[in-house]
Design a protein around this ligand. Structure first.
Ligand SMILES: Nc1ncnc2c1ncn2[C@@H]1O[C@H](COP(=O)(O)OP(=O)(O)O)[C@@H](O)[C@H]1O
Ligand SMILES: [Mg+2]
Length: 255
């Protein structure tokens, strides 16, 4: 095994929307490196350009300036999970999870088996034939996670995936995500509003400035891997959270 290399690298990345005099500078200039196997959390005030950054990384949006490169070893794609789940209500749960595999032209039988395997891991095997409309928010988000992980993405991009869930469910899904990404060593770029979530999940937590978002601070939660949700009870956890909050507050509440 060689040195870990960056899976994602952004250099002087900027994005603006609209034209003068209504032009909105949404992002950057931003520099960011996500190394292979790393779980990086981004926190920042509302409207600072987090989703813009992730949409650029997912290839859904072009940068205005600078570069963003993703280096992958295979044809496996980056997978993105949105706050509002992004699953298809007219497809069954199984078909939703198989969707990315269909796109990769995995044969149907193998695709079904892999999709079922992921549904089982996420406690959804009884709901394979159900439609997402019949499921709770937490279950819908599990479907989205199963769908994203089923393609074994080289890079997982998550935009506030748990923001719409209640507090208990959030904790459960955080712990599940911790298990899964540690087992698979999935390189992940994860956006969240929750400092607690960032501390539990991240190898690094990056704090963004107010719009146009740049990275103004970096923090490494001192919890060794493999990690469990028990880090929430670590004596230093609350102090770390306040420390991060101080950084973020300066941006969230302009003087
Ligand atoms: N398609 C768009 N057209 C115009 N403005 C946009 C568009 N998308 C985002 N913006 C603006 O860019 C800024 C950053 O948005 P966004 O990336 O969604 O922020 P965040 O995800 O951090 O809350 C905001 O001011 C937002 O209104
Ligand atoms: Mg957003």
């Amino acid at each position: 095994m060689g040195e870990p290399y960056p899976k994602l690298r952004a250099h002087a990345l900027t994005r603006a929307f609209g034209r003068a005099p209504r032009r909105v500078d949404a992002l950057g200039p931003l520099d960011l490196t996500v190394t292979t196997g790393e779980f990086v959390c981004l926190v920042g005030p509302s409207g600072c350009g987090k989703s813009t950054l992730l949409r650029i990384a997912a290839g859904l949006l072009r940068p205005s300036g600078g570069r963003l490169e993703i280096r992958t070893d295979s044809a496996r794609p980056a997978a993105m999970i949105f706050q509002d789940y992004g699953i298809y209500d007219w497809k069954t749960v199984l078909a939703n999870v198989r969707f990315g595999l269909d796109v990769q032209r995995v044969p149907r039988r193998a695709g079904n088996a892999r999709a079922m395997d992921w549904l089982t891991r996420l406690g959804l095997s009884d709901f394979a034939d159900a439609y997402p409309g019949a499921l709770s928010g937490g279950m819908r988000q599990r479907v989205a996670i199963a769908r994203a992980l089923a393609v074994e993405p080289e890079l997982l991009l998550m935009d506030e995936p748990f923001a719409a869930l209640d507090a208990q469910l959030r904790v459960i899904l955080q712990d599940e995500l911790l298990d899964l990404t540690q087992a698979l060593r999935t390189t992940t770029l994860f956006i969240t509003h929750s400092l607690e979530e960032a501390l539990v999940l991240g190898d690094r937590v990056l704090v963004m400035s107010a719009r146009p978002g740049r990275i103004i601070a970096e923090h490494r939660p001192p919890f060794p891997r493999p990690r469990t949700g028990e880090v929430r009870d670590a004596p230093e956890f609350t102090a770390l959270k306040s420390e991060l909050w101080e950084l973020l507050r300066k941006e969230a509440v302009p003087a």
